[in-house]
Design a binder for this molecule. Structure first.
Ligand SMILES: *Cc1c(COP(=O)(O)O)cnc(C)c1O
Length: 388
């Protein structure tokens, strides 16, 4: 890489800013001798409950495990259908299949890239047991419509919040920190943080996510005490007490070093998300008037895990190649919708919007501490290339 290269994600400023606190936290765990679950994990779960405004948070080993354990804790099993989006990371669909249920892929809204609620409603059958929306790129899905469909058909909703830690439905809830949202439960979804709206939320703390650990980590959030208890059992081999296993579970615990790191980072997540949002708004301005580039429409409540544009007119791959040549980070999330992956080749799915999105999306460099000059450089190159 040359000096001029711009990565897709650069966390070095964040690491520098938190260096002392991070070191202190890791050393504290090493000295404590408590490496699996224990006080650091309990503290993180308590702080996460407060932040999200939920009754229960259960730390697990990864976002993928949070989806698997979340689905099982909600009672999803063999033969159930789970309606989800094909335009997501494979883990969303994989979790559904791994609990023995069947993913039913429905098309997306071309503006938000999230589940289209009209398509969700059409896909409900007597076998449907759950809806699994993904808040893709950090933009909340259409939760009011999704919850209404779930209520009407007696379905459960598991939110995939892997990319949306701190995102708020229909915009921010100033000064809330969970308390207001807790009081307003169900009466209004506006301002509620993702993962506190459905029957449960699944989070990932993979290092590149908005709240990232320095290894794998995940969490299930819920207001339902039974769901939380089941999740706690499933994460440690299916037993409430050691050597008293009641069901087949997993070894899936959030480890204490990762929890200690998350305890350092959680208080900063809103500030960092705010910086991402500001960067996104700036990109939107800088890219205004670039031919064939469609920028994200709504920015309120969005936490911009990715800043993703649409490149129209069949020019995406050419723009992508040009950016790569100039060592500017870029990535296609996701090049193949789930229903077109080899593993699901027998599924009969109509999702033209997801297929079109897969051909047109391009994610650009985005991180909280990104400098304005870098954004201008990226935008200038794109404008020059697209407007000729
Ligand atoms: C990252 C991600 C996951 C999986 O999380 P891991 O912690 O990597 O297992 C699931 N769903 C989506 C949408 C993701 O982006």
């Amino acid at each position: 890489m040359s000096d001029e290269s711009i990565p897709l994600l650069d966390l070095s400023d964040e690491t520098d800013a938190l260096w002392e606190e991070l070191n202190e936290a890791v050393q504290r765990v090493i000295r404590s001798g408590q490496f699996i679950l224990g006080p650091e994990v309990e503290e993180f779960e308590t702080e996460a409950e407060r932040y999200l405004g939920v009754e229960h948070a259960v730390g697990v080993n990864s976002g993928t495990d949070a989806l698997v354990i979340g689905l099982r804790a909600l009672g999803i099993e063999q033969g159930d259908e789970v309606i989800t989006t094909p335009f997501t990371f494979f883990a969303t669909a994989e979790a559904i299949s791994n609990v023995g249920a069947e993913p039913v892929f429905v098309d997306i809204d071309p503006v938000t890239f999230n589940l289209d609620p009209v398509e969700v409603e059409k896909a409900v059958t007597p076998r449907t047991a759950a809806i699994l929306p993904v808040h893709l790129f950090g933009a909340p899905a259409a939760m009011a419509q999704i919850m209404a469909i779930a209520d009407a058909h007696d379905l459960v909703v598991l939110e995939d919040c892997a990319q949306s830690f701190g995102a708020r439905y229909q915009g921010d809830c100033p000064g809330c920190q969970g308390e207001h949202c807790k009081q307003e439960r169900r009466s209004s979804l506006s301002g509620r943080v993702t993962g506190s709206i459905g029957h449960a939320g699944a989070f990932s703390f993979f290092p590149t996510k908005n709240l990232g650990a320095y290894g794998d980590g995940g969490m299930i959030a819920t207001d339902d005490a039974d769901v939380a208890e089941k999740a706690r059992m499933l994460r440690k081999h299916g037993g409430k007490d050691k050597y008293h296993n009641e069901v087949l579970g997993y070894n899936s615990r959030l480890d204490a070093i990762q929890a200690a790191i998350l305890n350092v980072k959680l208080p900063y997540v809103d500030t960092y998300n705010q910086k991402r949002r500001k960067n996104a708004q700036r990109y939107n301005e800088l890219l205004d008037g670039a031919d064939g580039i469609v920028t994200p429409e709504r920015t309120d409540g969005h936490v911009f895990h990715q800043y993703t544009v649409r490149v129209e007119g069949g020019r995406r791959d050419q723009l992508k190649a040009m950016l790569s040549e100039q060592e500017i980070g870029n990535k296609v999330y996701y090049p193949v919708p789930c229903h077109q992956l080899p593993v699901y080749e027998n599924h009969d799915v109509s999702a033209p919007e997801a297929e079109q999105a897969a051909k047109e999306v391009l994610s650009l460099p985005m991180w909280p501490h990104m400098e304005e000059a870098i954004q201008s450089q990226v935008a200038d190159i794109i404008r020059k290339n697209m407007n000729k």
